[in-house]
Design a protein around this ligand. Structure first.
Ligand code: BTN
Length: 318
């Protein structure tokens, strides 16, 4: 079926006869495979009498050889399908895998988002990327780490011409009020000693059709630029940006990147509600501190908040 997908990925028409000849099967076998492709991969296929079959839009498929070139900062493995790339990296770490290494998948059946949410992960449209890192500098090396990852993703999106993207604390990437990418860090081991961090990154790349399951306003790179994005080039740029930002974070600490982060923060100075479980704190965003914690002015007093379960919303009087 993947051979058939490869033939169709240009988004052009292919006759049943040509497809059958390329695969060495009958036209009716092609018809069956096309139906399977549609059902299993969720890829709409158009059939036009006299012209043949084509995908709704062209696909940019991940190619392991392009992702493991000479300039790749770490080895990279591509999967057709996974439950979650973060889960796969965790399995590899517990089986003795040596970081750094990265994993991507064309689709995820149980993509994980922050705060227990689901990350909708349709086939070959977006980027589902996880990187395994070893942290051996104790808790200090974790300070601001997830925000630094956000900066690397931002740098990557800007390199692809998306200049209107910004950050929302702690590590969402938005265009206006629409989410284009998210970051989920998961920790394995003892943060005070040697531990591993799984850096999970989801970027909406070529997704155009509103997936009903997505429960928040979203956009994608293709929606913003009206162009099909080469996902291999995107992964290579993301790895390079991550490598550069992580090296800087390791040698100089988060305080060296704090100003850059604040300059890209879309909600600087805005009135917000910080949601922590059932509790809501109303305040104005002042920025972040040297550890990456959010600084809010609450009732005229400055307070700092950090923690993976917090979520920020704009308040009506913003
Ligand atoms: C968020 O909620 O904003 C974080 C989303 C993170 C999604 C990515 S996709 C690759 C990696 N694997 C997962 O299961 N989740 C992360």
């Amino acid at each position: 079926m993947l051979t058939l997908l490869n033939l169709l990925r240009d988004g052009r028409f292919h006759s049943g006869q040509a497809l059958g000849a390329a695969l060495g099967v009958s036209r009716s076998a092609i018809w069956k495979q096309l139906q399977q492709l549609e059902a299993e991969y969720g890829l709409p296929i158009y059939k036009v009498r006299g012209r043949g079959y084509r995908l709704q839009s062209p696909l940019s498929l991940l190619d392991s050889s392009e992702l493991n070139g000479r300039s790749a900062p770490w080895p990279h493995e591509v999967f057709e399908s996974l439950d979650s790339t973060n889960a796969e990296v965790m399995r590899r770490l517990s089986a003795g895998g040596v970081p750094p290494f990265a994993v991507t998948a064309e689709r995820q059946s149980q993509g994980r988002g922050r705060r227990g949410r689901r990350w909708v992960s349709p086939y070959a449209q977006n980027l589902y990327y996880s990187l395994a890192l070893r942290i051996d500098g104790g808790a200090r090396q974790l300070e601001g780490l997830s925000l630094v990852v956000g900066l690397a993703v931002l740098d990557t999106l800007r390199a692809f011409g998306l200049m209107s993207v910004g950050l929302k604390w702690p590590n969402d990437l938005l265009v206006g009020s629409r989410k284009i990418a998210g970051v989920l860090l998961e920790l394995v081991g003892d943060p005070a000693d040697i531990c591993h961090v799984v850096v999970g990154i989801g970027i909406n790349v070529n997704m155009q059709v509103a997936a009903e399951e997505i429960d928040q306003p979203w956009t994608s790179m293709q929606r913003e630029s009206a162009e099909l994005v080469d996902r291999n080039a995107l992964v290579n740029r993301l790895s390079a940006s991550l490598s550069a930002y992580l090296a800087r974070h390791k040698s100089e600490g988060f305080s060296a990147l704090r100003e850059e982060w604040e300059a890209a923060h879309l909600w600087q100075g805005r009135a917000v509600n910080l949601i922590a479980g059932v509790q809501q704190i109303h305040g104005r965003v002042m920025g972040i501190d040297a550890t990456g914690a959010l600084r809010l002015s609450v009732d005229g007093e400055e307070r700092a908040y950090s923690g993976g379960e917090l979520s920020l919303r704009l308040s009506d009087d913003s």
